[in-house]
Design a protein around this ligand. Structure first.
Ligand code: HEM
Length: 99
């Protein structure tokens, strides 16, 4: 019984940890995914803080490399986030391999 309670506590703690990562995960995580998110838009059902956001996001690929880099660098370093900048060259390179 004690073992089960300990296991359940670990599972709960781990899920809370994963959950706490989620809101910033999209923004401060993998640069390629974030850049592609803006370029391609999204039809994902995104869980953030226990709610699901299911509206489609239209592709924003009409924006210039500099504009996308600026927006993404801003959100990666605002709202308590602290992640590396995204450069126009990185956006250009990802754009070149994104269909
Ligand atoms: C140039 C930057 C961006 C523009 C102009 C933009 C624009 C939009 C628009 C027009 C929608 C549709 C809203 C609606 O149907 O009511 C949308 C939805 C959404 N966008 Fe973006 N977006 C941008 C960047 C991002 C980024 C960087 C993320 C996250 C990493 C993001 C996450 C979402 C999500 C989760 C939704 C669905 C919201 C819902 O279900 O209510 N967007 N976006």
């Amino acid at each position: 019984m004690k073992k089960i309670i300990i296991s359940l506590s670990f599972i709960t703690a781990f899920n809370l940890f994963l959950f706490a990562q989620q809101p910033s995960f999209y923004v401060t995580g993998d640069k390629k995914k974030l850049i592609q998110w803006v370029l391609k838009g999204s039809v994902e059902n995104v869980p953030i803080d226990g709610k699901y956001y299911s509206n489609n996001m239209p592709a924003q690929n009409y924006l210039k490399d500099e504009e996308i880099a600026g927006i993404l660098t801003y959100i990666r370093n605002s709202f308590g986030n602290k992640a590396s900048a995204i450069t126009p060259t990185e956006v250009k390179n990802i754009r070149a391999v994104t269909k």
